[in-house]
Design a protein around this ligand. Structure first.
Ligand SMILES: *[C@@H]1O[C@H](CO)[C@@H](O)[C@H](O)[C@H]1NC(C)=O
Ligand SMILES: *[C@@H]1O[C@H](CO)[C@@H](O)[C@H](O)[C@H]1NC(C)=O
Length: 318
């Protein structure tokens, strides 16, 4: 429906008549002048009232925006040799990080302000480190192309146990403080029992009826599971109960800026860490020399669009 002239929808009561008492009138003059100005403004608004008719329904105003870009808050040093596969905030301005590649895989504790590695565990050469999460004092880590995982004491990486799981292999891990969420590079999001590592539930992650493949590093944030989508600059925000993607975060500018400043050997965006206490969001990538604190900013996006169109594969493998 086209907007119609609708000054009739807004009725404005006329200002009160000036008091006949000259003294009182004098005293009340500023008040009356203000009221008259307000009335004039309201009349003006009424004259331009069509916008009032076209206000979206309240539900639309309250609905969560579906697309986000970001504002950069701060950037930090990140080890350019860290092939980041798991990242989380460990409190007190520290991060825990798991890195991949054969003979280069590790678990680390990193000082956020400097990027300095405070503690480091080198994994066996045949292990390719993947997702990492912290539940209580225990760091859970999965490995690529294997069903083997490790549990480290956050205070002492030499204290560790191993486990096996039934996901295809290990890509991402996250926790809500009770259970573990896992990904294996498919479109599946798993819920794992942290004691038995059994799969308790599995959902297929979808956006507008299309499966979202290549789910990688995970982070649990405010009831959602956020997932890096491998080889793209996108993070999918997933409702973990039904697997639906509720919104997308576009971060191509981060990689583009690194490229523009000559960092041609970087790999994909990967690694999301959330400082719940201070509401700080950190992201980085594999072999990225920087780690970024960002704030999300809602942006417009296409009403329809396949995942491939929204999040095209970044051309790393030229
Ligand atoms: C926090 O980190 C600082 C600097 O690394 C350290 O001196 C301090 O003991 C840490 N505090 C806690 C509670 O871990
Ligand atoms: C770390 O754990 C190992 C194995 O339990 C133990 O031998 C070592 O003393 C611990 N190191 C520290 C610094 O607590």
């Amino acid at each position: 429906m086209a907007p119609t002239s609708s000054s009739s929808t807004l009725s404005v009561s006329a200002p009160p008549p000036p008091s006949p008492n000259p003294l009182l009138f004098h005293l009340r003059r500023p008040l009356i002048a203000a009221a008259a100005a307000l009335a004039a403004l309201l009349l003006l608004a009424a004259a331009y009232a069509p916008w009032r008719v076209d206000l979206p329904p309240k539900a639309a105003l309250l609905a969560c925006p579906r697309f986000y870009s970001f504002d950069l808050v701060r950037e930090y040093h990140h080890d350019p040799d860290a092939f980041t596969q798991g990242l989380l905030y460990g409190g007190n301005d520290t991060l825990f990080e798991s890195t991949g590649l054969y003979h280069r895989s590790s678990v680390r504790k990193v000082e956020l302000p400097t990027g300095k590695v405070l503690a480091h565990h080198q994994m066996d050469g045949d292990m390719f480190g993947e997702g990492l999460t912290l539940l209580g004092d225990r760091l859970f880590q999965v490995t690529w192309l294997k069903n083997d995982g490790f549990i480290y004491d956050r205070h002492n990486f030499t204290k560790r146990e191993s486990f096996t799981h039934k996901m295809r292999d290990g890509w991402g891990l996250a926790t809500d403080g009770k259970i573990l969420f896992g990904s294996d590079g498919s479109s599946k999001l798993y819920q794992l029992d942290p004691k038995s590592l059994e799969v308790m539930k599995m959902v297929t992650v979808k956006y507008q009826d299309n499966e979202v493949p290549n789910l990688n590093e995970l982070e649990y944030i405010d009831g959602e599971v956020w997932a890096n989508v491998w080889q793209t600059d996108c993070i999918a925000r997933i409702s973990p109960d039904d697997g639906l993607v509720v919104s997308w975060i576009f971060l191509h500018e981060l990689r583009q800026n690194l490229w523009n400043s000559g960092n041609m050997n970087i790999d994909v965006l990967n690694g999301i860490a959330w400082d719940e206490e201070n509401h700080r969001l950190f992201v980085t990538g594999k072999l990225w020399p920087k780690l970024y604190e960002i704030k999300l900013r809602p942006v417009d996006g296409p009403a329809d669009g396949s995942v491939e169109k929204l999040c095209p594969k970044a051309s790393f493998y030229r």
